[in-house]
Design a protein around this ligand. Structure first.
Ligand SMILES: [Cu+2]
Length: 154
């Protein structure tokens, strides 16, 4: 099952790469295999609906595994992307009315039950100056401040 998941992830990345050729590329970077990570950053979601840390710096082209722990008592998300990806997902989640807010994990997105820890690996753009955002889009989270910024700095 794990192998199959990796294969789907690779197909997804190929689609992203093709889309990027259309000129509408994201400056946020792309998902990567966990084995490519050269650093692990621990992130905690607190009961006050904040990420700790809420700011971080990575090197251009660096591949990082985020190990995210939800220390809050409710479901929260950890999604990595540019501001447009976050705006889009915020709308998507707002449109999910009653019922479960849980979605299938994706290469750029996980959701975490209370007490749960998940990992997500991301390769940052090989360009200093980019700003990448992480956030949660359970209604009220993102607007309430459950977001953080990653600065790509050489
Ligand atoms: Cu969501």
């Amino acid at each position: 099952m794990r192998q199959r998941g990796v294969r789907f992830a690779l197909v997804g990345m190929a689609v992203v790469a093709l889309a990027a050729c259309g000129g509408d590329s994201s400056d946020a970077g792309e998902p990567a295999a966990a084995t490519e990570a050269t650093r692990t950053i621990d992130v905690t979601i607190t009961q006050a609906k904040r990420y700790e840390p809420a700011e971080m710096t990575v090197a251009p082209g660096e591949t990082v595994t985020f190990r995210v722990r939800n220390a809050a008592a409710e479901l929260h998300e950890f999604m990595v992307g540019d501001s447009k990806a976050h705006d889009d997902h915020e709308k998507e989640m707002a449109a999910m009315s009653m019922g479960s807010m849980k979605m299938a994990d994706k290469p750029n997105y996980v959701d975490l039950d209370p007490g749960q820890t998940k990992e997500l690996t991301w390769r940052f753009p090989d360009k200093a100056g980019a700003t990448v955002i992480y956030g949660s889009h359970i209604p009220g989270d993102y607007t309430g401040g459950l977001k953080g910024t990653i600065t790509v700095s050489g």
